[in-house]
Design a protein. Structure first.
Length: 233
């Protein structure tokens, strides 16, 4: 595994950072991008590459890809994480807020995949895992721009999988529910059948599985990590 390389976009904190740590623990060389500077520190801490930049910038993403390829010559795994987009009543959100939500929750993936997927195709293999949301299947007024943009991400994932499975390049989404990187609230905990928040490490373990050879026959899927919260079939 030591020659495998993972790129984590949005890996400065929370689930993205946990994913970077888990992949490094599993033997991946790791490159991390975040806008806060924490990703740069984490990448260096893990003995890899860290870069401060935005997943809303194609130039920043290309810079991370270029540094990763210059150092290791390959990218086997791409993990896409995101921050928190605009919230509010649906008819009160402005065009600019909807556009920002699409930038943060959908185009963040498209931009990164656009520069990484051709490398994976050339390698004849790769795995992409996007951190989405459990509320994709059951949209909530708590997360309007996330629900709308990530529904688009689910469709994009299917379309990508259709085209790239023949090249052994896979894409899947993880759908976290109430995770400990969010503020703890008793009513939220009580709404979960397992009666607790999930942990960032549990999400990271699922990401690592989807990135592994053990998941080699899984693509185009969205996997819930929500303690049984969502009721839709």
């Amino acid at each position: 595994m030591n020659n495998k390389v993972a790129m984590v976009v949005g890996g400065g904190s929370g689930m993205g950072a946990a994913a970077a740590r888990k992949l490094a623990q599993d033997g991946f060389q790791v490159a991390v991008l975040s806008s806060s500077g924490k990703g740069e520190a984490l990448g260096c801490e893990l003995g890899g590459i860290g870069l401060t930049g935005s997943n809303q910038s194609s130039d920043d993403l290309q810079k991370l890809v270029d540094q990763t390829m210059a150092r290791w010559g390959r990218i086997d795994v791409l993990v896409n994480s995101a921050g928190h987009g605009p919230k509010g009543p649906v008819l009160e959100l402005t065009d600019a807020q909807w556009h920002l939500g699409m930038d943060m929750y959908f185009l963040n993936v498209v931009r990164a995949v656009r520069v990484v997927a051709p490398i994976m195709v050339q390698q004849k293999g790769g795995a992409i895992v996007n951190i989405s949301s459990a509320w994709v299947d059951e949209p909530s007024s708590m997360f309007p721009t996330s629900a709308v943009a990530r529904a688009g991400l689910a469709a994009f994932t299917k379309l990508f999988a259709d085209e790239h499975a023949v090249h052994n390049v896979r894409m899947n989404n993880v759908l976290p529910g109430w995770i400990d990187s969010l503020p703890a609230k008793e009513e939220r905990r009580e709404s979960v059948p397992m009666q607790r928040y999930g942990t960032s490490e549990e999400v990271a373990a699922t990401i690592a599985f989807l990135a592994s050879e053990g998941a080699a026959y899984i693509t185009g899927q969205s996997l819930r990590i929500d303690g049984g919260l969502m009721r839709s079939l």
